[in-house]
Design a protein around this ligand. Structure first.
Ligand SMILES: CC(C)(COP(=O)(O)OP(=O)(O)OC[C@H]1O[C@@H](n2cnc3c(N)ncnc32)[C@H](O)[C@@H]1OP(=O)(O)O)[C@@H](O)C(=O)NCCC(=O)NCCS
Length: 307
């Protein structure tokens, strides 16, 4: 197999890359950003775009990167397509390691078994299975009042320590959430820090437009972070959790109803959440509001010093 390397900008203008992107089944993340590195084989049967991840690398103290787009012409894993995929990803791994990276994250679409199996053949491990749900916001029912003893309001600056602790606890508890950072032995040490920072950045406005908090006796016991869609795009629910001692009482149903009402009030006509197949409480709550699944995906971690 022979290889060619492009910038993202060059790849997005290359007729062969454009043809592969147009024909590749289940491609995600096309077109690449202008400054990404793009690798393809000479026949354009495989192509991948990748880049370093500054935030994740800083949090985990390891040089990390992400394959943002993985495209292949063959649809299914067969002996030849899989063998080529394994060689291609082996080459990509060698180049990423040569660029100083210790690990790469890669996400493939739910039906992309060739991408998934080629990643496995190159040494990657499955770390996450998720699905995006979408709810129409045009005809939302009236929002239910929180049950007696609970209050629901916009987060205030003094909530920050409690909300950061709640987020770190909820998402890094393997039994409750099985987060991919918590699951990976190389990254588990930084899971709490990642979610604390994500919550802090949500409260500062950098990663959310609104944070709603549910309190009991004035103490935060749940939250939902919300992003308005830009110019007609869907709104998003980003982070949401209820403290362990308060789960199973319908509080997420209440939080979600208020979160979606806030997004509708900002002009969004639909809202999305990306959650794991395993998070049945989330899926039930969204289904109760008439939401439907849009698309699933699998995320892999590839450690480059395994080669
Ligand atoms: C997911 C989470 C927010 C749910 O909060 P909760 O307050 O316990 O949820 P609710 O009690 O409102 O339940 C919502 C629905 O799920 C159901 N449910 C609750 N726990 C469930 C479970 N473990 N398995 C299956 N269904 C469950 C409820 O019966 C309810 O459905 P219904 O209205 O049809 O009866 C909470 O478990 C949590 O914080 N988990 C860890 C972090 C997380 O997963 N966050 C979501 C990321 S997208």
């Amino acid at each position: 197999m022979e290889f060619m390397e492009f910038s993202g900008k060059q790849a997005a203008q290359s007729p062969e890359a454009l043809r592969l992107a147009g024909e590749a089944p289940w491609i995600m993340g096309w077109p690449p950003s202008a400054d990404e590195r793009v690798l393809a084989d000479r026949d354009f049967s495989w192509l991948a775009a990748w880049h370093p991840l500054a935030f994740d690398s800083e949090v985990f103290g390891l040089a990390l990167g992400q394959i943002s787009c993985l495209a292949h012409r063959a649809p299914w894993p067969e002996a030849d397509s899989l063998a080529r995929g394994a060689v291609f990803l082996g080459e990509l791994a060698a180049r990423a390691r040569g660029a100083g990276l210790a690990g790469l994250f890669a996400r493939v679409a739910e039906k992309d078994f060739l991408g998934a199996q080629a990643l496995e053949a190159a040494g990657a491990r499955l770390m996450d299975a998720s699905v995006v749900w979408e709810a129409d916001l045009d005809a939302l029912a009236a929002t239910p009042a929180p049950p007696g003893g609970f209050e629901l309001r916009a987060a205030a600056p003094e909530d920050a320590p409690a909300l950061e602790a709640l987020a770190a606890g909820a998402f890094c508890d393997l039994a409750a959430y099985a987060d991919r950072f918590s699951l990976d032995p190389r990254l588990g040490h930084g899971c709490g820090e990642l979610y604390r920072r994500w919550m802090a950045n949500s409260l500062s406005g950098a990663q959310a437009d609104q944070v709603l908090v549910l309190t009991a006796e004035k103490k935060p016991v749940g939250f939902i972070t919300l992003k308005k869609g830009q110019s007609g795009e869907p709104g998003w629910v980003a982070l949401n959790a209820v403290s362990p001692d308060m789960r199973g009482r319908g509080l997420y149903n209440t939080l979600l109803a208020h979160g979606l009402a806030w997004l509708a009030g900002q002009g969004a006509s639909c809202a999305r959440v990306r959650t794991k197949f395993s998070q049945r409480a989330v899926i039930r709550a969204w289904s109760r509001l008439g939401a439907r699944p849009l698309a699933g995906d699998f995320t892999f971690h590839l450690w480059l010093d395994d080669f």
